[in-house]
Design a protein around this ligand. Structure first.
Ligand code: SF4
Ligand code: FES
Length: 219
């Protein structure tokens, strides 16, 4: 699904909203309800808050649906120095860091700092979560077994959605379970068909169930 970027502007800050990436986690609505009001048109009004406060709330958006451009000389979003992937119970993989989504052929198709990645297999916007897991996917969010690969000096986290297969991660990353356990590795394959018995890691089940998903980003 193509990006649908809309920009909401004030003298001090532009807020950009990419609707297909929003899964209504509502960090924005709870954080600054006077600026982010889904019952108003336009639903984002940057004139209703200070640029620093708006930027702080935008950075809480776990999916990257919200981004900003400062026009008042304030600081732009910085790229985190540490890559983290949090496994949500019954939900997606929330990644933060220096993220590069690549095709299996090695083309970088997205550079970002925040993404929510489908792990139930049902999203219509793969590799991103679109909330299709709601009421349809049960997975506790614990970390299965994995032989960690030591870091090799790379800093970025490559995320490679394999065609009809898992999400391949290349680069240093800390995986965090829904209950706070952590594991560090520089290479892993995370299940995105929803059926691995060793979640969040791929165990090859995608082959036996005939999982279908495009490599890289969906067209
Ligand atoms: S914080 Fe991001 S994902 Fe959550 S509702 Fe706001 S825009 Fe959507
Ligand atoms: S992607 Fe689910 S088992 Fe491989």
């Amino acid at each position: 699904m193509a990006d649908r970027l809309r920009t909401y502007t004030s003298d001090d800050i532009d807020v950009h909203f990419n609707a297909p990436r929003c899964i209504h986690a509502a960090e924005c609505v709870h954080g600054r309800p006077e600026v982010f009001d889904p019952n108003r048109k336009p639903w984002i009004d940057p004139d209703q808050g200070g640029a620093d406060a708006i930027a702080e709330v935008v950075l809480r958006c776990p999916t990257g649906a919200l981004t900003f451009t400062r026009k008042d000389g304030g600081g732009e979003e910085s790229t985190p120095t540490h890559n983290k992937v949090t496994v949500a119970a019954n939900g997606p993989l929330f990644a933060r860091g220096d993220l590069r989504v690549e095709t299996p052929e090695g083309e970088v198709v997205l550079e970002d700092t925040r993404v929510a990645l489908c792990r139930c297999g049902l999203s219509q916007n793969k590799p991103f979560c679109d909330n299709s897991h709601l009421d349809q996917f049960e997975a506790g969010g614990q970390l299965g077994t994995h032989n960690a690969t030591p870091a090799n000096g790379a800093t970025a986290l490559q995320i490679i959605p394999a065609e009809n297969g898992p999400l391949l991660f290349r680069g240093p990353v800390t995986l965090t379970s829904a209950d706070g356990a952590t594991l560090e590795t520089a290479k892993c394959a995370l299940c995105r068909c929803g059926h691995s018995s060793n979640k969040p890691f791929c165990d090859g089940t995608h082959r036996t169930i005939g999982f279908e998903a495009p490599g890289g980003l969906a067209a």
